[in-house]
Design a binder for this molecule. Structure first.
Ligand code: ADP
Ligand code: MG
Length: 254
């Protein structure tokens, strides 16, 4: 074994049961800084629960969850974990539809979920600059003054990613970003996520294999709460265990 530089995230021997059902079962997972990692797996594999554990929403029954060199995430609550620089995007976009795209990002930048009334008088030049930088990254510069509610589904998803980026997270967790998107929006989302890798470490959970193929360098396959296999898209797609897990499910569905 060669010595390894510090992982940004490592899970070791993590388990979590719900009423005796092992949603996460002795899970080991390691990720390098700056990596864009894709996690796939059948429904119920434990993917979202894994994110819940990383973000402190769910506390594991056992195991280690470490962020960087020596931060034990299992000791911290959701708010503290978010403050460390771990941002999560849920499946459904939760933007403020009655406020403009600009305001949505400003709100996130200020880290406050209230005090709307005074928001505009408080925008500093550096905040404005940062917001425009984020808008450019997510491709919504020309939508800055639009109400978020007027955006397409895909644009809302990008805005929400922008709201996370405003907080400059070290680790970004994105659950099924391509769900409900057009092919064109999906491809753009892939480009966006790839452009963020390196600057941020990113975990993407995704079902759409065309999308996975577009963005993935390393894919981790989760099954019954454990890591089934890991590798390139080609490696995991030709892995007998992966084929069996997916085909097995298809047979049942028929
Ligand atoms: P995935 O995201 O891979 O589809 P989940 O992590 O959502 O899978 O769920 C894994 C399993 O754990 C499922 O069987 C689900 O019903 C169960 N589960 C997840 N969260 C809870 C919870 N809070 N309470 C009870 N069961 C849960
Ligand atoms: Mg899920």
């Amino acid at each position: 074994m060669t010595s390894h530089k510090q992982f940004i995230l490592s899970l070791e021997g993590v388990s979590k049961s719900f009423d005796g059902f092992k949603a996460i079962n002795d899970l080991n997972f390691y990720m390098d800084e700056g990596e864009l990692r894709v996690i796939i797996g059948p429904n119920g594999a434990g993917k979202s629960t894994m994110l819940d554990i990383i973000t402190g929403r769910t506390r594991p029954d056992k195991g280690k969850v470490e962020f960087g060199a020596n931060t034990d995430l299992t000791e911290l609550n959701e708010y503290e974990i978010n403050r460390l620089g771990i941002g999560r995007k849920f499946q459904t976009p939760s933007v403020y539809i009655d406020h403009t795209v600009f305001e949505n990002i400003l709100l996130s930048l200020q880290g406050s979920r209230s005090v709307w009334s005074t928001i505009f008088s408080r925008v500093t030049a550096s905040q404005r600059e940062r917001i425009h930088e984020v808008l450019k990254t997510i491709g919504l510069t020309d939508r800055a003054t639009w109400k978020a509610g007027a955006l397409s589904h895909g644009q809302k998803q990008w805005l929400e990613i922008g709201m996370l980026l405003a907080q400059n997270p070290k680790l970004l967790l994105v659950d099924e970003p391509a769900a409900g998107m057009t092919d064109e929006e999906t491809a753009k989302t892939g480009e966006l996520l790839m452009s963020l890798a390196g600057k941020h470490s990113i975990i993407v959970i995704e079902h759409d294999m065309v999308f996975v193929r577009q963005i993935a360098r390393t894919v981790s396959v989760l099954h019954q709460g454990s890591l089934l296999c890991e590798g390139t898209v080609d490696q995991v797609q030709s892995d007998e265990r992966v084929i069996e897990v997916y085909l097995g499910r298809k047979k049942k569905a028929q």
